[in-house]
Design a protein around this ligand. Structure first.
Ligand SMILES: Nc1ncnc2c1ncn2[C@@H]1O[C@H](COP(=O)(O)OP(=O)(O)O)[C@@H](O)[C@H]1O
Ligand SMILES: [Mg+2]
Length: 247
């Protein structure tokens, strides 16, 4: 299944005036592709993800999924910038939340939940509540929860923004591994350019608000990628190009 966004426009009403946030966005995320969205703060990145996830309506344009898929499988699942875990639930029960919504029987839920818990290197912490976990671990729980329902598209809004550099680096490496292995399609918002280059097949650069597509940069490097790519001159070349586009 691929995500198709066509001519998306979105505005908000504020004190009786209309503020245009997104203007005529069109792009696709193909099956198995990792696409990042970067752009100045306030240009509408989070709004775009909300429109795609169906949490906000749009003024104009279309968000659709094309291709033959299993109708039982959710189209999209989202990881927010601000942690949105249930404080009263354990790590495992946070991860299995979406599976309860899908009415998957308890034993199967636990099996799937534990699989994603292990995948996100949270083994041993299943009974811990969010307040007993570090920031990085909480973000791992949030990602595991979104992935556990096996959506066609995983949508992430700056999932590493609140993490320190070392924690973020580790999570990036794990994400690269898991997502590439599973062939998971991802739409990823970040303000961290090296992160976008490292993780993505394509980086879409948005303009200042109202957000329009300024340019799209294809990162020509097969995945999974390792640290060597991050240290290469090719990588720096991409950084240069993106920083120029954003300055
Ligand atoms: N619910 C809302 N009501 C009114 N204005 C909003 C709302 N959500 C976002 N905005 C405005 O839309 C613009 C884009 O916001 P957002 O999508 O959060 O930007 P980004 O994620 O790129 O930083 C901002 O100017 C913000 O003030
Ligand atoms: Mg945002």
């Amino acid at each position: 299944m691929k995500l198709v966004v066509e001519g998306l426009c979105k505005s908000y009403q504020r004190d009786g005036t209309k503020v245009l946030v997104l203007e005529g966005l069109s792009f696709e995320v193909n099956q198995g592709e990792f696409v990042s969205i970067v752009g100045p703060s306030g240009c509408g990145k989070s709004t775009l993800l909300k429109c795609i996830a169906g949490l906000e309506g749009s003024d104009e344009g279309l968000v659709s999924y094309q291709g033959n898929g299993d109708s039982q499988r959710p189209l999209c699942s989202i990881v927010f910038q601000e942690l949105a875990l249930f404080p009263w639930r354990s790590a495992l029960k946070n991860i299995t939340f979406g599976l309860e919504e899908l009415r998957i029987p308890k034993r199967e839920r636990e099996r799937i939940g534990r699989k994603y818990l292990e995948m996100m290197r949270l083994g041993g912490f299943e009974s811990f509540r969010p307040k007993e976990l570090s920031g990085g671990m909480k973000q791992r729980v949030a990602i595991a929860r979104a992935m556990a329902v096996e959506p066609y598209l995983l949508v992430m809004d700056e999932p590493m923004a609140s993490l320190d550099a070392i924690t973020a680096q580790r999570l990036q490496m794990d994400l690269m591994e898991i997502i590439s292995q599973k062939g998971q399609s991802v739409l990823y918002v970040t303000h961290n350019i090296p992160e976008a280059v490292f993780l993505s097949d394509r980086v879409i650069v948005l303009t200042e608000r109202p957000g329009r597509i300024k340019e799209e940069v294809r990162i020509e490097e097969s995945r999974p990628r390792d640290l060597a790519f991050k240290l290469s001159s090719k990588f720096v070349g991409y950084l240069e190009r993106l920083w120029k586009l954003l300055s």
